[in-house]
Each structure stands twice: as structure tokens, then as C-alpha cells.
Design a protein around this ligand. Structure first.
Ligand code: NAI
Ligand code: MG
Length: 493
């Protein structure tokens, strides 16, 4: 068998069938923990996109008419199938992304099942309103599906993000063409198969391909009536431009450089643990939500930082599939180089103090993969490139503040506005700060991940639109129609 043969479970899902790309081209999937190629997937282009969108357009006719509770029941069955395969799915995610099985991949697979269950249960909530216009008039609104949703996702939590596009879009009566990220297509293809067990053909179609050809063709396809994108701000802007040409609605969940503001009264272990969580060190900080700018009050700066370094140093970097591993690898060579460049820049600055970490190990087993060490630069300035740009790797900058006005001003001095974290026992003080920070989601005294039922999304260049919740589904995956009926016929002349 030639190396580049695509096995059936690694084929795309198009019109209910497992298919290769029209061109027959493929690309390799690398294991970032050892740089070995372990699978090939089809490389889809414009022709595949066209076939998938046309299939989804046809499927929309009947899918939109299925009673919502029936659609919901199918989503609930998908949830069961995903749950039954959690371990297999988790191992696949860990192998292709380098995210540690115990701390990340297993939770991600479990969350994917929960997402289908949550949206399956919401199918009866696609309610409209009535508008009181007088006794002789019945005016009401309907929440109608939009049509074919073109969804494009990144690699950092691929299966969770695929579930988050597919489940609400389907619940609301849309059909979907989803493009997986080139670095993490396998878990998404497996999820596609589990969906297909319970759905009519063509309701969900999943393509694998590069952004510039497959992603761009999907964004530009006239049959796509809604674009939902998660990824970089740079590509998000291109997607929005495409959407503007056809005036189709767009949801964008983009990058972040989220502030984490620690007040002096939070100089305690729980806050240190929380900051580690919020920084997502156990996902190599490849998270749009990561609290990567740490604003520490000057009075506790050194002590808090010492504790943070102590605790972070206990996290174990290693083989993503090993149960003892806390931190896995960076996704690919390009991102690894990018992270290394930022670390080098910090090391070269005479005004930066390295509190822990540094460049990756260059010998031993960890040098075989894209392993990056958790790295903290102390006494950073909010103006540094390290403090302004999304590194998407485990590099934290700690910045000193003395009065709260300065902390808020620095926190808001960013073109991003996705998440924020505030740490204080004085809840009034914490909430006043929370209200003033420009972000889509502020957490006080915790650094947790997104929860179903709570709308999620950013402000400023971190994106527009909300997903993750009933309201997010209604806003992002339905359109409102008003129907106005005159009940009193005109009296005879
Ligand atoms: P990206 O934004 O290029 O990729 C995300 C998705 O968009 C992938 O499926 C990709 O194939 C697709 N894509 C790329 N170019 C496209 C185009 N012209 N038209 C349509 N689709 C296109 O992100 P990438 O290159 O993987 O990572 C670069 C940086 O983006 C990271 O360093 C990080 O800063 C940020 N990022 C943010 C994420 C988030 O969750 N907000 C997730 C991934 C990356
Ligand atoms: Mg890119």
C-alpha cells in the first residue's frame, strides 16, 4: 500500500458517502509528539466544495421541514454514539493535536457528546413571538433556518468546535458543510461518521483541505447562506469580506490576548491555581481564551510570581498519550517556530526578566516533538510585542500595576476583547473591574473553560456573534420572519 493511501475512515463525508477528493490529491497528518506522518486525508478543492454545498442545498428542503423535536431526537442519538466512543475519539485527538489525553483530549471528547445532548434538548425552543397589534390583527414571528451553513474550524479543540457548529445549526433546521483544519482532520472525520449514523444523507458534509483552496471556496460559494468561522483574526476578516459580497450573516470567533488582573488580596494558592488554569498551560496555551497578560499588583508581584513559578514547574511535559502527562505539544512546526521566536525575542530584551521556561529542550525525547516549555517573563510592559500579539503558545507576560485605573487602562489597551479574569476576595471591587473590562466573557476568581448555556464570543477584533447557548443558536443559526394577518375582513360597501 503506498504511503499516501487514504483509509476509509479518513475519507470525507459528502452526501452520506465516504469520498476522496475530486482531484485525488491528499495531504499528510503529522503526530506532533514525534513528527511522524501517521495518516493521509483527501485534499478538497473548489469542485468538492461545490458538490458538498449542492448536496446540502438539496437536503435543506426536507430537513427544514422535519419537526424540530425529531431533529432533536437525532442529535440526542448522536450524543449517545459520541459518548460510547469517547475514549477512541480522545486518543485520536491526542495523537493528531498533541493535546494531553488526561488533561485535554478526554474532556474534549466528553464535551462533544454534551454539546449534541444540549442542543438536542433545545429543539422545542425555536419559538417566535406574537405582537399585540389590536384585536383584528394577528402578528407573529417565526424563527426559520437560514439554509446551508458553511463552517470553518481550527485545530486547537477540533472535535469540540465541530460539534459546536454542527449541533446548533442542525437543531435550528439548517444543513452544514464543515471544513476541518488541516492539522486536525481525523477526530472531526470520526465525528462526521457518528453523525451520519443518525442523519439523512447530505445534512452534514465534512471536507478536509487547505484554507486557501477549500476554505476560501466554501466562504465564496453562492449556495452558502451563513458563515460560521473560528480561527485567526486575519482569516476572520477575509471571511467577513466574503460574507459582505453576498450579504450573508457571519459569526466570527477569533483571537485573544486576555488580561488576568490580580488584586493584592488574592495573593493566595487558589488564585495561583486559577491563573494557571486561565492561561491554559495544559493545552500549551493554544486557546483563544487564554489569560496571557497577567496584571499583578506591585505589592504582591514577586511573591505571587514565585508561587506561580513553583506550581507551574510541577506540570509534567510529555507524551500526550501518557496518563502522567499534563502538557503535550504545540500543533505543528509553523506554530512551534512562531512560539520559539517570541521566546527568543523575550530572551534578547535586556529589560525582560525570565521567571521560568525558555527555549524548548534541544536533546532527549522531548526534542523529537514540538514540545514548548511554560515560559513566564516578569516585569513586562504592556507595549511589548509579547504583550500585544496572540502568541498561541505557553508564554505568559507578568505586568506590574499600582492603581486600578492603570490596570484597567492596560487591560483595555488591546485590539482584542475575548475573555478576561479578575482575582479578588473583595467582590465589589472585582465586579467593578469586571464591568469595566472590554471582553465578551469575564470570570471572577476562576479560570474555567466555556460552559454550555452561556453565550460565548468576543468584542473588538475578537469577533462578532455568539454561540454555545440557546440564545446563541437563535441569533447565529436562525432568521426571523414576521407574519401579519388581518383578521377582520373589510365591511361590505
Ligand atoms: P487560521 O485562521 O489560518 O485557520 C483556521 C481555519 O481557517 C483552518 O480551517 C484554515 O484552513 C482556515 N483558513 C485559512 N485560511 C483561509 C482562507 N483564506 N479562507 C478560508 N478559510 C481559511 O489559523 P492558523 O493558521 O491555524 O493559526 C494562526 C494563528 O491563528 C494562531 O497562531 C492563533 O494566533 C490564531 N488562532 C486562533 C484560534 C482561535 O481559537 N481563536 C484557533 C486557531 C488559531
Ligand atoms: Mg493560517
Amino acid at each position: 500500500m503506498p504511503d499516501s493511501v487514504v483509509t476509509d475512515s479518513h475519507r470525507m463525508l459528502l452526501a452520506g458517502e465516504r469520498v476522496d477528493s475530486a482531484s485525488g490529491e491528499t495531504f499528510a497528518v503529522e503526530n506532533p509528539a514525534n513528527r511522524g506522518i501517521f495518516a493521509h486525508v483527501p485534499r478538497a478543492g473548489a469542485e468538492d466544495v461545490d458538490r458538498a454545498v449542492k448536496a446540502a442545498v438539496r437536503a435543506f428542503e426536507s430537513w427544514r421541514e422535519a419537526p424540530p423535536r425529531e431533529r432533536g431526537r437525532m442529535l440526542l442519538r448522536i450524543a449517545e454514539s459520541v459518548e460510547a466512543k469517547t475514549e477512541e475519539l480522545a486518543r485520536l485527538i491526542a495523537t493528531e493535536t498533541g493535546n494531553a489525553l488526561r488533561t485535554q483530549a478526554r474532556a474534549e471528547a466528553g464535551l462533544a457528546a454534551d454539546i449534541f445532548r444540549y442542543f438536542g434538548g433545545l429543539a422545542s425552543e425555536l419559538k417566535g413571538q406574537t405582537v399585540p397589534l389590536g384585536e383584528q390583527v394577528l402578528s407573529y414571528s417565526r424563527r426559520e433556518p437560514v439554509g446551508v451553513v458553511g463552517a470553518i474550524i481550527p485545530w486547537n479543540a477540533p472535535v469540540m468546535l465541530a460539534a459546536l457548529k454542527i449541533a446548533p445549526a442542525l437543531c435550528a433546521g439548517n444543513t452544514v458543510v464543515l471544513k476541518a483544519a488541516e492539522d486536525a482532520p481525523l477526530g472531526v472525520l470520526m465525528l462526521a461518521g457518528l453523525c451520519q449514523e443518525h442523519l439523512p444523507p447530505s445534512v452534514v458534509n465534512v471536507l478536509t483541505g487547505y484554507g486557501e483552496d477549500c476554505g476560501a471556496a466554501l466562504a465564496a460559494h453562492p449556495g452558502v447562506r451563513k458563515l460560521s468561522f473560528t480561527g485567526s483574526t486575519e482569516v476572520g476578516k477575509l471571511i467577513m469580506e466574503q460574507a459582505s459580497r453576498r450579504v450573508v450573516p457571519v459569526s466570527l470567533e477569533l483571537g485573544g490576548k486576555s488580561p488576568s488582573i490580580v488584586f493584592p488580596d488574592a495573593n493566595e494558592d487558589w488564585a495561583v491555581e486559577g491563573v494557571i488554569n486561565s492561561m491554559r498551560f495544559t493545552r500549551q496555551s493554544q486557546s483563544c481564551t487564554a489569560g496571557s497578560r497577567l496584571f499583578l499588583h506591585a505589592g504582591i508581584f514577586d511573591e505571587f510570581l514565585d508561587r506561580l513559578v513553583d506550581r507551574t514547574a510541577k506540570l509534567r511535559l510529555g507524551d500526550p498519550l501518557d496518563e502522567a502527562t499534563d502538557i503535550g505539544t504545540i500543533i505543528n512546526e509553523k506554530q512551534f517556530r512562531k512560539v520559539c521566536n517570541y521566546v527568543e525575542e523575550g530572551l534578547e530584551r535586556s529589560d525582560a526578566r525570565l521567571a521560568m521556561g525558555g527555549l524548548p529542550p534541544d536533546s532527549g525525547p522531548l526534542s523529537e516533538g514540538y514540545f514548548a516549555r511554560p515560559t513566564i517573563f516578569a516585569d513586562a510592559s504592556n507595549d511589548w510585542r509579547l504583550a500585544r500579539e496572540e502568541i498561541f503558545g505557553p508564554v505568559l507576560v507578568a505586568i506590574r500595576w499600582e492603581n486600578v485605573e492603570d490596570a484597567i487602562r492596560m487591560a483595555n489597551s488591546s485590539h482584542y476583547g475575548l475573555a478576561a479574569f479578575v482575582w479578588s476576595r473583595d467582590i465589589g471591587q472585582a465586579l467593578c473591574a469586571a464591568h469595566r473590562v472590554e471582553a465578551g466573557w469575564v470570570q471572577v476568581n476562576q479560570g474555567a473553560g466555556q460552559v454550555l448555556g452561556q453565550s460565548y464570543g468576543g468584542v473588538k477584533e475578537s469577533g462578532i456573534g455568539r454561540e454555545f447557548s440557546l440564545e446563541g443558536m437563535l441569533d447565529s443559526f436562525t432568521q426571523t420572519k414576521s407574519v401579519t394577518v388581518n383578521l377582520g375582513l373589510a365591511p361590505p360597501a
